[in-house]
Every structure is written in structure tokens, then in C-alpha cells.
Design a protein around this ligand. Structure first.
Ligand code: SF4
Length: 442
């Protein structure tokens, strides 16, 4: 079995979120994005809306998202105005083609940083341009310490169906070391309110390998998760991207290839062992695997429409500073500074910064690697949509995965083994076109 040589947690991204890599998206392709937005949609393509709320109480030390911790109420109001303008501009474009929204996702940042009245005015304002009454899912990310019962009641009333709680860990010392703003008491309080209010789905996010994590604490985190009994549990393996507080603070060892001291952060085999343990415990407790990161209580009821739509090539307007979207076969990202974002919308312009039109081959690869994360690839789907027999086209790559014990093939489907789930993001670059295997990812 071949194994990746470097198992220390070094600096850089591990998670593969999209294809082709972000480093290839360019400003000169914004004109392609604009052209794509002015065309009608491809038949049968669902439409979603992502809204980035870039405020947080504190910056977590591992965070690399575009977030602000120093904005006041007037700034929040300015941002909301810009966001509403952006959504209004999108609502007038031919690409909408009369489609209703299939999904809405409030991400961040911390959407729950906004007060109940700010949320009401934002959400009511948004619905002037796009109603989400018929949407299959409206997800809202929350930081437990920002929640009050009346805020959750407002979200429920405004149509949120899937609440995602960024718990990450249940231990106060670990939460503090990693710069999280919330403490464990706030988790239980927020969870009880959310349950009482009857949201359709509650998801809990955990991170395996936060600084200070150990086996005893991780087992206790999984135990507490099972006791809370959320509808879904999402577990990420801790990465150390560049430009985070940790990447600057942590002691580096090694010269050419800086590696964080293993005394400070768990290595990859330990993090995988923690995820492996969590999968076992959650499966024993009746959960089912929904992807390499997520387990759900009931696959029929706990769908994740945002994820599955994106992974099957849906359109999505990515609104808010630095947001990513996908429109009519073109990847697009907004400008990533506050001033530019606000100024462009005040001028009535879509705040696009860079884009990449993708070929049919790249669409196929993108969907294939993203869907592989669910643990299962359906050859018929790719045959029907792209006219390609993926088992034949990627024969060598799939053979390698099987030889290495990461995948098995069962009449027409390719399935990941447990090892495959644990390593999934490292398995994907082999499917990239040659020039992107060597390109920087972000
Ligand atoms: S709450 Fe989320 S977005 Fe905000 S700083 Fe922490 S990780 Fe980043």
C-alpha cells in the first residue's frame, strides 16, 4: 500500500473545495462571468444563493476566511445595504430565467453575529428579490455564544430549516487556546433552544486536531455529541493554512519545508485515527455516512441540498465580500476587500474580482472528485450527463485507488473504503489535468 511520506501537519491547505484550483482563476476572465450571467440558464440546472456574513466576535487562530472583528453597527448596516444591492443586481439578470431558489446558505464569518432585528431586516429585504418560501433548504451557520432564544425564534420564523452550530470542541481550555469566542456552557444552552424551537435539521461541526487535543478529550467530545443527538455531525481534520494566527505564532521546525512541531499539533495519522474513531462511534449510535466529513441520523430526512447541488453542478450566486459562486459553467469570486466591495455596489456594479470558464472535461472532473467525497460514484450519472464512462476514462486512477485499499468497485458504482474516506482530499489530485497537479491550489 503506498502512503504519503510526510505525515506531519505542515503549513498549507489540505481540503479540496473546487476544481480547477483557485490559483488559476483570473481577473481577465471576469468578462466570461459577465457573459455567462447574461445568458439564460442551462435547462434543469438548480439555482442557489450563498450569502457571506463576514463578522466574528474574535478571529479563531486557525481561520483563513475573510472576516472582520472590528466593525460597528453602522458598518453592519453599510454591509447589509451592499449585500441587498448585490442580490438585487443578480435578480435582474437573464441567468435567473424565472428559476426559484432551490437552496439558500448563510455562511461566514458568523451570520448569527447579527442581532435579531438586523436579521429580520436583512432577510425580509432579500426576499423582495428572491423568495425562499419554496426552497428545499435554508441553512444558517451559528456560533453558539452569539445565540439567544429570541434570535433563534426569529430565524425559525424567517424560514431557516437547517441550523449549523460551529461547536468544534466541547473543552473550554481547547476552545480558548484555539481562539474560539464561545465556551461549552453556551453550546448546551443554544442547542436546547434550537431543539425546542423545532428546526428541521441541526448540524454540529467538530474539528479533529485542534491545538491541545488528545485522545481522552476527543472521546469525550464524541460522547457529548452523541448525547446531544444532532441530526448531522460534520468533522473536519484540522489544517494550518497560511495567513492564519497559528501559521505566524507556532514554532516551526525544519528549514526548506517548514513543519509545525508535533508537540504542538497532532500529525495526520492521529487526526485520521480520531475521525476513524468518531465514525465508528457514530455508526454504532445509528448514524449513517453521508460524506467523508458528515454523518447523518436519517439519510432520507437529513439531506444537505446546498452541498449536493453544488457537487452536481448547480448554479450559485456567491454574494458578500470574497464569496465564491458558479454561474453557467463559469467559476467566479468577488473582490476580497471591504472598501472595494462596498464601493462597487454603491456604484451599482457586481463586485466580481476573478473568474474561470471551465471546459466540459473540467466540469466532469469537478463533479467526479466532489461526488467521490460522498463515498460513492454512480457511473450511470456521468454517462447520462457527460457521455463518458468514467471507469474507462480514469481506469488507471481507479485501479490505483483499489490497489491501495482506498476504493472498491461494485456493479456500476465506485465506493470508498474507510481508508478512502479518511484520506479523501489526498486522493483527488490524481484526477486533475496534468497542469493542475503541479499548480498551487489556492
Ligand atoms: S467563527 Fe468561523 S469564520 Fe469566524 S473566525 Fe472563527 S473560524 Fe473564522
Amino acid at each position: 500500500m503506498t502512503r504519503v511520506a510526510d505525515e506531519k501537519t505542515g503549513l498549507g491547505n489540505y481540503f479540496v473545495a473546487n476544481y480547477p484550483p483557485f490559483s488559476c482563476w483570473k481577473r481577465e476572465y471576469v468578462r466570461d462571468a459577465l457573459a455567462a450571467l447574461h445568458k439564460p440558464p442551462a435547462q434543469g440546472t438548480p439555482l442557489g444563493l450563498y450569502l457571506h456574513i463576514p463578522f466574528c466576535r474574535k478571529r479563531c487562530k486557525f481561520c483563513y476566511f475573510r472576516v472582520y472583528t472590528d466593525k460597528n453597527a453602522r458598518d453592519v448596516e453599510t454591509y447589509q445595504r451592499a449585500l441587498l444591492k448585490e442580490v438585487e443586481l443578480y435578480s435582474q439578470l437573464p441567468i435567473v430565467g424565472g428559476r426559484p431558489l432551490t437552496y439558500v446558505y448563510f455562511g461566514g464569518g458568523t451570520p448569527s453575529y447579527l442581532s435579531a432585528s438586523q436579521l429580520r431586516s436583512l432577510m425580509e429585504g432579500l426576499q423582495r428579490y428572491f423568495s425562499w418560501t419554496g426552497a428545499e433548504e435554508v441553512t444558517f451557520e451559528c456560533e453558539p455564544g452569539t445565540l439567544q432564544e429570541h434570535k433563534l425564534a426569529t430565524l425559525k420564523e424567517l424560514g431557516v430549516t437547517r441550523l449549523s452550530l460551529g461547536i468544534e470542541n466541547f473543552d473550554d481550555a481547547i476552545l480558548e487556546t484555539n481562539g474560539r469566542a464561545h465556551l461549552s456552557a453556551e453550546i448546551f444552552r443554544a442547542y436546547d433552544w434550537a431543539r425546542k424551537l423545532g428546526f428541521d435539521q441541526i448540524n454540529i461541526d467538530l474539528i479533529a486536531g485542534m491545538l491541545g487535543e488528545n485522545w481522552d478529550n476527543w472521546k469525550s467530545c464524541i460522547q457529548k455529541t452523541i448525547e446531544l443527538s444532532p441530526d448531522s455531525v460534520t468533522i473536519y481534520q484540522m489544517e494550518l493554512p497560511f495567513n492564519t494566527v497559528f501559521s505566524k505564532e507556532l514554532k516551526m521546525v525544519g528549514d526548506s519545508e517548514p513543519v509545525v512541531s508535533p508537540d504542538l499539533i497532532a500529525d495526520w495519522p492521529t487526526k485520521r485515527a480520531w475521525v476513524h474513531y468518531a465514525f465508528d462511534q457514530l455508526l454504532d449510535a445509528g448514524y449513517e455516512i453521508s460524506s467523508a466529513y458528515t454523518l447523518v441520523k436519517d439519510r432520507q430526512r437529513c439531506r444537505f441540498v446546498y452541498r449536493d447541488s453544488l457537487w452536481h453542478g448547480a448554479d450559485m450566486f456567491g454574494t458578500g465580500v470574497a464569496s465564491f459562486g458558479h454561474v453557467n459553467g463559469v467559476h467566479v469570486q468577488n473582490v476580497d476587500t471591504w472598501d472595494n466591495y462596498i464601493a462597487m455596489l454603491e456604484r451599482g456594479e457586481l463586485p466580481l474580482n476573478r473568474a474561470l470558464p471551465i471546459s466540459a472535461e473540467q466540469r466532469l472532473i469537478r463533479e467526479m472528485i466532489l461526488q467521490l467525497k460522498t463515498g460513492r460514484l454512480d457511473k450511470q450519472y456521468f454517462q447520462a450527463k457527460f457521455g463518458v464512462d468514467i471507469a474507462e476514462r480514469f481506469r488507471d486512477e481507479f485501479a490505483e485507488l483499489q490497489t491501495d485499499g482506498y476504493a472498491v468497485s461494485h456493479n456500476g458504482t465506485i465506493e470508498l473504503t474507510r481508508e478512502g474516506y479518511l484520506y479523501v482530499d489526498r486522493l483527488l489530485p490524481r484526477f486533475f489535468e496534468p497542469e493542475f497537479r503541479v499548480a498551487r491550489y489556492t
